[in-house]
Design a protein around this ligand. Structure first.
Ligand SMILES: [Zn+2]
Length: 466
C-alpha cells in the first residue's frame, strides 16, 4: 500500500528544513506510477538465445537476459481459421502477438481480430490508454509489421499494411491478401498504417516509411501528414530522437522498410549447402562431403545511421514517462531474430539478439529508479536455426555424415566454430519456416513457471490494474 500524499508532505517538510538533498519530488511521483515494458524477440526460442550467447558472451557467459531473476515457459497457441475449436501447432507473429495483446487465441495472419467471425479484440494498449496510461510501440521491423500492429490495429490480414494493400493485393511472391471489409469505404478502420496514423498512441518508432508515404484511402494526402494532423511529430533521423517535444505524440520511421540489421556474415555471406561428392550423391555410404568454409561475423555497413534499438527504447521510455502521471505500457520488438533466421543469416540474428539485450538493460535501469515497472521478455514463436556439431558426432564411422540443410560455420570470439543449420525448407527456396515449441518468458517480477501465451495478457493487465 502506498501513501503518496503522506510521502509528499514529509518530503516538503524535509525540503523546508534543507534536508532533501537526495529526495526529489519527481522521484516520489514516478514511484507512484505503474509501468509495463514488454520486450518481444521475434522467433527468439532457446536456440536463438543460445546462438547469441555463444557468440556474444561465450559458452560460459551470460547475456543480460540470462540474469533475469524469474523465468517461465510459454505455450504458444494457434487455432484454425475455419474451425477455431481445432488447434494447429506452429504460429506466426500475427496470431501470437494478438494472443499477448488481447488474451485471445486466433488464427495465423490475424491482427487484433478473432478467427472465423473476424471480431475486433480490445488490446492491452487500448485498455491502458483508456485508463490514462501512455502507450508506445517500438520495432526494428516496419511499425506496421505483425508484432507491433497486433497491439494497436484490427485487420483480418497482416498483409494489409497500407491503403494500397487492402483489396486483392499481392503481399509477397504470389500471396494475395484481401481486407475489403476493413476499408473505410465499407465502414472499417482502414489499413494498419492508417490505423496507426489515426490512433492515440504516444510513441511509434521503427521502420516502414514506405507505408506512410502512401496516400490515405480516398484522400490526396500521405499518411505521415495525416499522422501530423493527428498531433504526431514525425521524425526520420536517429539524431532527432534526442530533440523530441514531449507535448506531442511521436512517430519516428528511420527506414523505408525493415531496419537494416547490425551484423552480417563475412562479406555478406549467409548459409551455404554442404557439397557432397558425386559418389556420395549416388550412395550415402561412399564418397565424401565439402562443408562451407568458416566465417566471421562483421558490421553491416547498411546499419550506419540507424538508431540502435537501445536508443529507440530509451527515447520511448523517456517520452512515455513524461506524458502520463499514471505510467505507461511499452512494447519493444527485436524483429530480425526472426527475419534473419528466415533468411538463414545467423550473424544478422546475433546482432539483433545483442540489440534486444541492450534494450533490456535500458529497461532494467529504468526499473531500478521506478520499481513499479514490470519487465517481461519473451518470444512469439520458435525459429528454424539449430546449433549442430561442427563435425558429426558419428565421424568415427567410415561414412560422410552431414546436415541436409544450409549451414553457417561461424568463428566465435572464443576462436571456436559454431555450426548453425537451417533445414525446414528445400535449399533453393529462399525462406525458412517457423517452428512449434514452447518459448521462454523472463521477468523482473515473479511469474508462473508455465503459462499459455494469452495469459501474458493477464500479467500485463493485472500489473496496470486494468
Ligand atoms: Zn517469421
Amino acid at each position: 500500500m502506498k501513501h503518496p500524499k503522506v510521502f509528499k508532505s514529509i518530503l516538503s517538510a524535509a525540503i523546508a528544513f534543507g534536508m532533501a538533498t537526495t529526495l526529489q519530488p519527481a522521484a516520489a511521483e514516478s514511484n507512484d506510477k505503474r509501468n509495463v515494458i514488454l520486450i518481444i524477440g521475434d522467433g527468439m526460442d532457446d536456440t536463438q538465445v543460445t546462438i547469441g550467447r555463444n557468440y556474444l558472451e561465450g559458452a560460459q557467459g551470460r547475456l543480460v537476459i540470462d540474469n533475469m531473476p524469474y523465468r517461465g515457459a510459454v505455450q504458444v497457441l494457434t487455432v484454425h481459421e475455419n474451425d477455431p475449436s481445432k488447434f494447429i501447432y506452429v504460429a506466426d507473429s500475427a496470431n501470437s502477438a494478438t494472443s499477448m495483446a488481447t488474451g485471445a487465441i486466433t488464427s495465423r495472419g490475424r491482427i487484433g481480430t478473432s478467427a472465423k467471425d473476424d471480431k475486433d479484440l480490445t488490446t492491452i494498449a487500448e485498455m491502458a490508454k483508456t485508463s490514462g496510461f501512455a502507450t508506445g510501440i517500438v520495432s526494428t521491423a516496419n511499425v506496421t509489421d505483425a508484432t507491433p500492429a497486433s497491439f494497436v490495429a484490427h485487420v483480418s490480414s497482416r498483409g494489409c499494411e497500407n491503403p494500397d494493400m487492402m483489396v486483392n493485393a499481392e503481399a509477397f511472391a504470389g500471396v494475395i491478401v484481401d481486407c475489403s471489409a476493413d476499408t473505410k469505404a465499407l465502414g472499417g478502420k482502414g489499413s494498419i498504417a492508417e490505423q496507426i496514423a489515426d490512433a492515440d498512441i504516444d510513441v511509434v518508432l521503427g521502420g516502414g516509411q514506405k507505408h506512410f508515404n502512401k496516400n490515405a484511402e480516398a484522400m490526396p494526402k500521405p499518411l505521415f501528414t495525416v499522422a501530423q494532423d493527428n498531433n504526431y511529430q514525425y521524425i526520420t533521423k536517429a539524431k532527432q530522437l534526442a530533440q523530441v517535444n514531449p507535448n506531442q505524440k511521436l512517430l519516428g520511421l528511420f527506414s523505408e522498410s525493415t531496419m537494416p540489421v547490425r551484423m552480417q556474415g563475412e562479406n555478406g555471406r549467409g548459409s551455404e549447402a554442404p557439397k557432397p561428392s558425386f559418389l556420395n550423391k549416388v550412395d550415402w555410404r561412399v564418397g565424401d562431403v565439402e562443408m562451407p568454409a568458416p566465417m566471421k561475423c562483421e558490421a553491416n555497413p547498411e546499419f550506419e545511421g540507424m538508431p540502435n534499438l537501445r536508443d529507440m527504447t530509451a527515447a520511448a521510455i523517456s517520452h512515455l514517462d513524461a506524458r502520463s502521471a499514471n505510467g505507461f505500457f511499452l512494447m519493444v520488438e527485436s524483429a530480425s531474430i526472426d527475419k534473419q533466421s528466415h533468411a538463414r543469416k545467423p550473424c544478422g540474428q546475433i546482432g539483433e539478439m545483442q540489440q534486444l539485450d541492450e534494450s533490456l538493460k535500458v529497461a532494467l535501469d529504468f526499473a531500478k529508479e521506478n520499481p513499479n515497472t514490470l519487465i517481461l521478455v519473451t518470444a512469439d514463436h520458435g525459429q528454424a536455426a539449430q546449433i549442430l556439431p561442427d563435425g558429426s558426432l558419428f565421424n568415427a564411422m567410415p561414412v560422410a555424415v552431414y546436415p541436409m540443410g544450409m549451414v553457417s560455420r561461424i568463428i566465435t570470439p572464443e576462436g571456436q566454430i559454431m555450426a548453425v543449420n537451417y533445414a525446414t525448407t528445400p535449399h533453393g527456396f529462399p525462406i525458412e519456416e517457423h517452428t512449434g515449441t514452447t518459448v521462454p518468458l523472463y521477468s523482473n517480477q515473479p511469474i508462473p513457471a508455465m503459462l499459455t501465451q494469452p495469459e501474458i495478457f493477464n500479467l500485463l493487465k493485472d500489473h496496470l490494474q486494468l
